[in-house]
Design a binder for this molecule. Structure first.
Ligand SMILES: [Zn+2]
Length: 442
């Protein structure tokens, strides 16, 4: 099958940031066969892009997709984690709940131009199937933790789930398995060493971990190991090119050097970190040290939205505040982080993240007709500071259209919303019971 996209303003996001203002892209068997400007070649199907921007599909480097079902729940309740979230997770997290929430998230991400996601939660074989069916690309991570998580009662059971996930993903073309120790303090050094060994025997997988996110974590590392949380991970052998570290907020210069030396990659969750009042990651310093840094939404419980566009302003502003200047993180760099650099964070940059001959055809079309986007002096400025998910008109992954003219073709929108709201109904009833029990206690 040959598909030709014509009349496209192509932002390739290749190493030279090549653009074709009046360009075309030829997609053959899911791959970009050729692209350029001037007279286009022949094809079976041609689609006129109307002068709109065509750019690489975006990469969300850290997410907990199923948690879209918790979006906005107990938003302004101080102890919402212990009052609502953990009891609800213990009672309701099941393969069916994970399927409903992850599918809702896949739908939201496709409609917002995200084509690749790294997920980390429970029942991840279900998430792998959701991603596969939605047409997206992804890295799925089975969480390991010591806080009585919903799908394993011991670390042995958790590792068995990781084995099963690796086997499951071997049969899926766009989904990569990963092992996801929740955080250093919730797994401990011995388990982190075991994770590093497991990864050695599963080189096709990735490691995902929350790192240097809270003061409590820093205190834990100082008290139990007399060093930083990053150094504890390094000594456990957990930091390596296959490792995706989310957050990385509380890092000194030596920690940043450690990430760079070990080839560790970083998922930057600016909006979620800001909303929790936790701080601003030193993204400019990390990127200068040669660490790939991708942009991430975090789970919708903490970040509320899976919209990468709404991250861009915060990512950019945090870097400028930390640098006390307008200069850090120009708009081109933000778009690189959301595409090719995000793909590098997940180890998928040979396949996706830029529009180049030989890569898989993962691309999105940005409709430029909104008054909010006009006039256009600098396309990257428009993308970073003015574009919204609703401006994404078409989405293609692996040469297949996932969305055309705002209609998602791989998921049944009405059913996805019904299934999600059915679970939300169960949550509401449980919340009412929790509140009633608390009130009775006085
Ligand atoms: Zn997270």
């Amino acid at each position: 099958m040959k598909t030709l996209l014509t009349n496209a303003w192509i932002l390739t996001v290749d190493a030279q940031m090549t653009e074709y203002q009046f360009g075309w892209i030829l997609v053959v068997d899911g791959k970009i066969k050729a692209l350029g400007d001037g007279p286009p070649p022949g094809a079976d199907a041609t689609r006129d892009m109307g002068g709109d921007i065509i750019m690489p599909g975006m990469v969300n480097t850290h997410c907990h997709m199923a948690m879209s079902l918790f979006r906005g729940l107990g938003e302004d309740v101080d102890d919402r984690l212990f009052r609502y979230m953990l009891p609800l997770e213990r009672k309701f997290v099941s393969p069916e709940m994970v399927r409903a929430g992850s599918t809702l998230s896949a739908l939201e991400m496709i409609m917002g131009g995200v084509t690749t996601v790294a997920d980390m939660y429970y029942h991840e074989t279900v998430v792998a199937d959701v991603i596969a069916r939605s047409g997206m690309r992804g890295v799925v991570g089975q969480t390991l933790a010591d806080f009585d998580p919903p799908d394993h009662r011991s670390f042995d059971e958790g590792f068995a789930l990781c084995d099963a996930l690796a086997d499951h993903c071997a049969g899926l073309s766009r989904v990569t398995a990963s092992i996801a120790p929740h955080a250093p303090y919730s797994t401990g050094r011995a388990v982190m060493e075991r994770v590093a060994d497991w990864h050695e025997t599963h080189p096709e997988t990735r490691i995902q971990i929350h790192l240097a996110e809270t003061e409590a974590e820093v205190d834990w590392a100082a008290m139990t190991h007399g060093t930083t949380t990053t150094a504890v991970c390094d000594r456990a052998g957990l930091l390596k090119p296959g490792t995706i570290a989310a957050h990385c907020l509380l890092m000194d210069d030596a920690d940043i050097e450690t990430l760079a030396r070990t080839g560790t990659r970083v998922a930057h969750n600016a909006r979620s970190n800001g909303k929790a009042g936790r701080g601003m990651a030193r993204v400019d310093d990390m990127r200068r040290a040669g660490i790939p840094v991708g942009i991430a939404t975090d789970g919708p419980m903490s970040g509320n939205t899976l919209d990468l566009f709404s991250q861009f302003g915060v990512v950019s502003i945090f870097a400028k505040i930390l640098g006390a200047s307008r200069k850090p993180l120009p708009t081109r760099d933000v778009i690189r982080m959301a595409t090719i650099e995000g793909a590098r964070v997940l180890g998928l940059d040979a396949d996706t993240g830029s529009l180049e001959v030989g890569k898989r055809a993962d691309l999105i079309r940005i409709d430029l007709s909104s008054p909010r986007l006009q006039p256009i002096y600098d396309s990257y400025s428009v993308l970073v500071f003015a574009t919204m998910p609703t401006d994404v008109r078409d989405v293609m992954v692996d040469g297949t259209w996932l969305m055309r003219d705002r209609t998602v073709e791989t998921l049944e929108t009405a059913k996805v919303l019904t299934d999600a709201n059915q679970v939300a109904g169960q949550f509401r009833a449980e919340i009412a019971a929790i509140d009633a029990a608390m009130a009775a206690k006085g």
